[in-house]
Design a protein around this ligand. Sequence first.
Ligand code: GLY
Length: 255
Amino acid sequence: MFALTRGVPASFADALCAAPSVVPISVALARQQHAAYRAALAELGVVVTEVAVADELPDSCFVEDTAVVAAGVALVTRPGAVSRQPETAAIFDALAGQLEVARMEAPATLDGGDCMRVGSTIYVGRSARTNAAGIARLAEVFEPRGLRVVPIAMPEGVLHLKCVCAPLGDDRITLAAGTIPRDAFGDVHVVTIPADECYGANAVAIGATVLVADGFPRTHDVLTAAGFCVVPLATTEFRKADGALTCLSIVLPRP
Ligand code: GLY
């Protein structure tokens, strides 16, 4: 497996956030947390590649939003926040050497954080960042390649689909209780995350190991009970910028 990441920019304290924290973001601590994340992936045998840091783009470490990769194709997105749209140029270049790459044009917008692949389905959140034209482009690229695109209505105030759920491999996902109705995901097997630990639902599964935000003990318990080895990682600085673990990488099969 291969993961594309991008380091924490000097401007990270200016990253977008719906409700800025009273305690300001520490760029230095965010960099430590990012290094620990990369190390955890590497420890699991993932080949981690870093795109050059973009100090002028405050949200650019959240690479997940810039591309959707499946079936040997990377759809480079047009992020819903205008300030984030310049992030995609370097991601396009990084992916173009390894995969067929498709683009998204205006008026379409889509954030990769709204997309969750489970088997042959891509669930996509209709959110403030992802519009109907973005979902149509997602379907245009991936449905001819055998993937089904299923839009999901987002609960009020949720930034991205994967703020409340994440793929666990095979046909399993996490889903925070009290967010999206379980039925929206059809036959998918759901590991329910307690409502008061909603942030913990954003986890990165690599085989039988799952990287989970530190500080969510009941989430760790339910994932352990579901058969996973849980690796807790500090995410305090990313959370202050409405980011979480999946946001920090684009995971794809080894080139
Ligand atoms: N700060 C992450 C985002 O709003 O896209």
